[in-house]
Ligand binder design. Structure first.
Ligand SMILES: [Zn+2]
Length: 65
């Protein structure tokens, strides 16, 4: 099973910044990307992983950060 990636870098409910490869949620009802805490209020949600575009390029070669 593969988690879809998102490039949204912060929670669209509370504004919390995500770190590269954080597990976040897509709230189906709101069409928003939210953090795990905010996702507790949502019943329909899907897992996403936040990928920082610049770091993702670096991490193809070697994990380092
Ligand atoms: Zn949040």
């Amino acid at each position: 099973m593969e988690i879809q990636e998102t490039s949204v870098s912060y929670c669209q409910a509370c504004g919390k910044d995500f770190k590269h490869l954080d597990i976040v949620y897509f709230a189906v009802w709101d069409n928003n990307i939210v953090c795990q805490k905010c996702a507790e209020a949502h019943h329909e949600k899907e897992l996403r992983v936040y990928v920082d575009g610049e770091k993702a390029r670096g991490n193809r070669v070697g994990k380092h950060d």
